[in-house]
Design a binder for this molecule. Sequence first.
Ligand SMILES: *Cc1c(COP(=O)(O)O)cnc(C)c1O
Length: 365
Amino acid sequence: MIKFLDLHKINDRFRDQFHEALNEDLNDSHFILGKSVTKFENEFSDYCGTRYCIGTGNGLDALTLILKGYIALGQLKEGDKVIVPANTFIATILSVIHAGLTPVFAEPDKATYNISAESIKSVFNDDIKAIIVVHLYGQLADVDAISKVIKDKNVLLIEDAAQAHGASCENGRAGNLTNAGAFSFYPSKNLGALGDGGAIVTNDPDLNSVVRKLSNYGSDIKYENQIIGYNSRLDGLQASFLSIKLQSLNKDNERRQEIARMYLSEIKNPKIQLPFYNNSNNHVFYAFVVEVEDRNQLIKYLESNEIGWLIHYPKPPHKQEALKVYSKLKLPITEKIHQRVISLPISPVMTNDEVNRVIEVLNTY
Ligand SMILES: *Cc1c(COP(=O)(O)O)cnc(C)c1O
């Protein structure tokens, strides 16, 4: 059986270091916002190339706190419109709603699955005050082209980088391409904790100080609460685990890219549409997503050959019960993608034998 994602094997590589970290954190016993959090925040801002990193409880909170931070700073106000990709994990859209803002859905580009300058232009108007790009499946959205659309306009650009830790282009790494970036350290992500975790990265000192307070009861001095805050902090033990795993992130991403190249050059089946990859570091393959006409048939075939699979995602956000107010929107590209996509196994711990087996099975489908 080839697992879709072998989390046990991924984390087992660090088992001894995790135990050491647990021992150190127990000795220190400063469990909340202790030195392991500061250490990871410094390491991760260095890694992303940003001035600041603020740990949060999870990726959804990282996104929500960025938006609430801009509201607290007076750069956004309740009801303002925010462009989001229609084709994303629901968290992107929930963050907008939780911040009291209004999502405006943009269709993705068919080749990259990301929103593009063109798709943004087609829904843009003067009420739009922010855009959240998602680097979906690990591939950077074309932030350069999107920036040109909003040049000289007072529009914030924010990255949902929850699937793109370490992806980079000439302008820098994911999280450092816009006003602020949000990361998730959910266990299955390219940089995953052993539980929930998230972070905000930014170069904006005002956003840094306001989201730091918001995430910690509106306070940066103990028992002094300056604003109405939340409790969404990166757990200290998770920060220690993440510091250990961050050391391997580049190597892990390179292995994901290597597997993707094998799939791209060796899967040859007209029934399977392979993803677009420009062969650069702008894609870190959180997911290797193919499209097929008859997905159920492929699923049956994969299962009979003991190959794991997953669908990112089976139902678009605007068709979810929770977002039924948006169910009448016409988003044909998004809906078609959701009917056709299926993700193949990809992870830094997959062996070449396993990759070759997946290729062989797909080529005989
Ligand atoms: C995982 C993910 C999130 C949310 O992260 P959590 O840590 O689960 O809250 C947000 N956006 C995208 C695109 C994600 O994949």
